[in-house]
Design a protein around this ligand. Sequence first.
Ligand SMILES: *Cc1c(COP(=O)(O)O)cnc(C)c1O
Length: 379
Amino acid sequence: MDKTEETQTEAKEEPPSCRRKQLFPNATKREWNDWKWQIKNQIKTKKQIEKIIDLSEDEINAIDKSKFPFAISPYYATLISKTDPLCPIRITMVPTTAELTKNKGEFDDPLGEIGDSPTPNIVHRYPDRALFLTTQTCSAYCRFCTRARSVGQKTKNDWENAIQYIKNHTELRDIILSGGDPLTMSDEKIEWLLKQLQQIKHVEIVRIGTKTPAVLPMRITKDLVKMLKKYHPLWMSLHFTHPKELTPETTKACNMLADAGIPLGSQTVLLANVNDNAQTMKALMTGLLKIRVRPYYLYQCDQISGSEHLRTPVEKGVEIIKALRGHTSGYAIPHFVIDAPGGGGKIPIIPQYVVGKEGDDIILSNRDGNIFKYHDKKH
Ligand SMILES: *Cc1c(COP(=O)(O)O)cnc(C)c1O
């Protein structure tokens, strides 16, 4: 789509606040701004989503057949265009029949997390840090979820043993609370966990991985932020997909977290027809800097069962990083990584800037492909 076309569709589209009044006319302001109301009123059925967008035949079939949970928070649903089948939020949230087919190279557990789980709720792959999968619940379920095998299900949690594991492994200095989305839990539950972790001497930092600032910004309440502040050094990785998500509500949520002294990083999955062009990605990354979120990772989409239609060639990510590096703030450039299938971990994919050697000189290519020499020092 060229730029003029894009601007035109956006001009035609109703802003989210108007969509809200049309779609949820009975919700009071108080209810709308209450994250628990948002979760209780998730869009989960064909009947509900039909009111929000003009569904295609294919989407109708897929909603009936998909085994992976379908749910969107009312807030996030107002960001979806009613008519545009290529609306980026729609592509990431509404099932299509393409996701029912397991293609070549796809797995239900693409990162081999089950094999790296020494005890329930823990994934310990790297030497000094581990994931703590706190809950299987999300307020909105991404079609490209790497944990589609387990999210949305009622599974038994064993937090006590998970905490014991962390206590026993003194090499673990960095614990990442993930899920599901940890911020779908109550303040009390989150605080209980943070308190347990704070008491473990070798745990130096805790991070929370969450998509709530994008999909459920009202979750970031004064009370939550006041509580989180007590558990520094606390970091957060926020999941963002498209500049459409950078609404006034999301801006406010990120500002509250940043004001509480929580360093904010972003994680974005590169997705076909959603954010796979330099212009969209630059708008997202520079937009995140404005709300004090530092772009951290850009992920090549994992080889999840039924994800082929959402994946891009790896070259696309390299092309996007090339278009950013040197052309915009260095702070706006994430690490492009492939999380290697089978538990290899995150592997950076970096455009080639060192293009050769001439004696002691290193030959470098800059952002515009111009060649420079750097005289390297001998060992
Ligand atoms: C992504 C991930 C981490 C954190 O990796 P960083 O590069 O430190 O952000 C830790 N454990 C697992 C299993 C992961 O997938």
